[in-house]
Design a protein around this ligand. Structure first.
Ligand SMILES: Cc1cc2nc3c(=O)[nH]c(=O)nc-3n(C[C@H](O)[C@H](O)[C@H](O)COP(=O)(O)OP(=O)(O)OC[C@H]3O[C@@H](n4cnc5c(N)ncnc54)[C@H](O)[C@@H]3O)c2cc1C
Length: 490
């Protein structure tokens, strides 16, 4: 079959690899000049930065992808476990290191929160239990047809903690504010608020701490490069600077795509463009009724991110590879982001220092700091044109006060990426970075499926589709889409 894929983000690349490995004739149209989408790389004056993801979880999903394309994860990429997985800085100068080695972490907890030592192990067992009950039902299941829904055991809903919020459950299990903040943070991995998202998302600590959180040697962008090379070697055609303007349909079935004013005939179209953009902008009204477009545009996006890349000519011994500087008042931070839709005035700041694992990412005695602050998705409440430079200076000053003494004096390279960039460059809905939010109990059911209902031959992949955002789930969306192609197109 002749397949057109819109977008060379991780979802589009993974789908291309799978379909071209099955001998389909696959062409990818990417509006940017290179692959990766939100997973990207920035290089300047001897500094190299990943501009998007910095942590890989659930590598078994990537391994499944590679195996279905005749290779393995181990052959393609070198995964590096980190010790500690992450270092946490609290505002009273307390520092907590989380390791994948349970005993080492418990030693840390004994020092900062002895009252919660037992609760830590109990919580990770509870998180594992949620994983066991949800993974097959909600991640590896396309949830498309009646036969998929039949696999859901409705009784199991009572065992996955869907009726309380992440925050309520965490507060009920831990006494110490240190561990409460620590466990609430994982909800941000899919761009949601721990004060709104169902406690089912407490599965994420299991995924990172029990299953392992990894760095990819050379940087996370190596994954995008590896998928590009694999797809090319299997015969996929790439067109860059090629924006798809319309998906063409006839009598409810795909016939092709329009790019650069040319129609490219296609038996199947897979859109890796944000689902809201695909439904509201790429499909005409005779293919999708206005009411469906309206509904798609009301799905709440995940949060976005404010990224500051700093190349500096010194090292900070205080920093590990991954670091979190916590806010004083976490609830207020999420109210700023999701309710007021403004940048938090006392944010939690994430700092990745990959030059610690990859010395070639910075000149000798230098460091490449990737700094990320959770940000609201785009709205009229906050103007990045007016605020980006001053917010960057505010973050630099905050980090100077927290641990990175005199940081501003060492800056050699400075680059700012705002939610507006995520919208302008990659067409992410309102600049969101993890697709749709999980700020309600029903979010898993409203996320667009990997086969579009109403237009035959149209499939959707990526973080804005089922099962959600983040690298492993995006790759799973591609695996789900290809499974549905097998089911409906052969
Ligand atoms: C700052 C940041 C930090 C993150 N941290 C992590 C992390 O640590 N771990 C993790 O797992 N995930 C993380 N994520 C999330 C992860 O990056 C995303 O979930 C994932 O990369 C999204 O992939 P995607 O396939 O949905 O598409 P995208 O990356 O959105 O790519 C879509 C592609 O389609 C192209 N496109 C769109 N419309 C068109 C069109 N009409 N024509 C042609 N091309 C088009 C775009 O240009 C883009 O290249 C992070 C994201 C960001 C931004």
């Amino acid at each position: 079959m002749k397949v057109s894929i819109i977008g060379a983000g991780i979802g589009g690349l993974a789908t291309a690899c799978l379909l071209v490995a099955e001998n389909h004739e696959v062409t990818i149209f990417e509006q940017q000049a290179k692959v990766g989408g939100k997973m990207n790389r920035f290089e300047k004056d001897g500094f190299t930065f990943d501009t998007g993801p910095s942590l890989l979880t659930m590598p078994h999903i990537l391994d499944e992808l590679y195996k279905r394309c005749g290779t393995t994860l181990g052959d393609q990429l070198s995964l590096q476990p980190l010790s500690p997985i992450c270092r946490y800085f609290y505002q009273d100068d307390t520092i907590f290191n989380c390791f994948d080695d349970r005993l080492k972490t418990l030693d840390e907890i004994k020092k900062i929160a002895p009252e919660d030592v037992e609760a830590y192990t109990e919580f990770l067992d509870y998180a594992e239990n949620i994983y066991t009950k949800t993974a097959d039902a909600f991640i590896y299941n396309p949830l498309y047809s009646f036969s998929d829904f039949k696999k859901l055991d409705l009784l199991s809903f009572f065992g996955i903690d869907a009726f309380s919020t992440v925050s309520t459950r965490v507060d009920s299990k831990f006494q110490s504010e240190y561990l409460r903040k620590f466990f609430k943070r994982f909800t941000t991995y899919n761009g949601s608020s721990p004060y709104l998202a169902p406690a089912t998302l407490n599965v994420i600590p299991h995924v990172e701490i029990n299953q392992g959180g990894y760095y990819i040697k050379g940087g996370l962008y190596t994954l995008a490069e590896s998928l590009l090379n694999l797809a090319k070697s299997l015969g996929c055609t790439f067109h860059f600077n090629a924006s798809v303007e319309k998906i063409i349909t006839e009598n409810g079935r795909i016939t092709g795509v329009r790019t650069n004013n040319q129609i490219v005939h296609s038996d199947i179209v897979v859109s890796n463009s944000d689902a809201t953009e695909t439904i509201t902008r790429l499909l005409d009204n005779d293919a999708v009724p206005e009411s469906k477009k309206q509904k798609a545009s009301t799905i709440e996006p995940s949060c976005s991110g404010f990224v500051l890349l700093l190349g500096i000519d010194r090292k900070y011994d205080e920093l590990a590879h991954h670091n979190i500087f916590f806010t004083k008042d976490y609830q207020r931070e999420f109210e700023h982001i999701f309710t007021d839709k403004i940048m938090p005035d006392d944010p939690t700041i994430y700092v990745a220092n990959t030059s610690q694992s990859n010395p070639e990412h910075a000149p000798d005695n230098g460091s490449n700091l990737f700094i990320l602050v959770n940000a609201p998705y785009l709205s009229d409440a906050f103007s990045w044109d007016a605020e980006s430079e001053s917010y960057a200076n505010f973050i630099i000053k905050d980090l100077e006060d927290r641990a990175l003494t005199n940081l501003s004096e060492y800056i050699k390279v400075k680059q700012i990426i705002t939610p507006t960039d995520f919208y302008d460059k990659y067409s992410s809905n309102k600049g969101s970075i993890y697709g749709t939010s999980s700020n309600s109990m029903f979010s898993a059911f409203v996320r667009p499926r990997n086969k579009f209902k109403g237009v035959d031959g149209l499939y959707l992949v990526g973080g804005s589709t089922h099962p959600g955002g983040g690298i492993p789930l995006v790759v799973q969306s591609a695996l789900n889409a290809v499974n549905l192609i097998h089911r409906y197109e052969s």
